[in-house]
Design a binder for this molecule. Sequence first.
Ligand SMILES: [Zn+2]
Length: 250
Amino acid sequence: MVNVYNTSKEIADAQPTVAILPVGALEQHGEHLPVATDWLRADDRARRLAEALGQALGPCYLLPAIAYANSQEHMDMAGTITLRPATLALVVEDIVLSLRHHGIRRIVILTTHGGNWVLKPTIRDLNFRYPDIRIIHADGPLLSEREKMPREVHASSGETAGMLAIRPDLVKGRSPDHSPRFGQEWLDYAGMGAITESGAWGEPSKADPEAYEAGAQAHTEHSVAYIRETFARLDETLGPIENDTPRARS
Ligand SMILES: [Zn+2]
């Protein structure tokens, strides 16, 4: 695995064929978690994934997480910064085209923020506009899976456990447990400030950092399986990628 702490020559010599682009968010996370929560979690998950994927697919280029994403649904609470979907789309496109310029044609986008579903049209558009690159999500159902587990929505037990494991010094007690009687699609209609008291949606009191560690390992294994399966099926379905080797260092 190479990352942005390597020199340019080290990255060229490693000849990574896959890049991982994590996308976080800067947004309110209740009364007890920092606004950087999704950004910190994105880096943590992507590092785990890059290490595991490197053993499966060869060296990866791990990029730093994009800190700013689309968080319009959290703007009624202080500290939140949002990019409009079109701005985020351009940022991701420019990063993808930089990777393509350097001959990296397989790109995995890992996001830790639900609102980053707005990236779906961008991923679709880039795949069709640039047939010589393959951009996939880090997470998706395996062929063998039929159902997804339900999960809590925001600043709840999962995210709190993650922060207790990654940066316990940044966790300030717990927001009260609260699950408002709305579906998650309500975040397309109204802000978190209107729907919740504290900005947290779920049960932070149930956070268990040990369960996070086990969950993160299982999550990484699942992502590796999904990414291997998906790249292999794309190669079968669409044929090999043209020039699927990194550009030689000039
Ligand atoms: Zn979050």
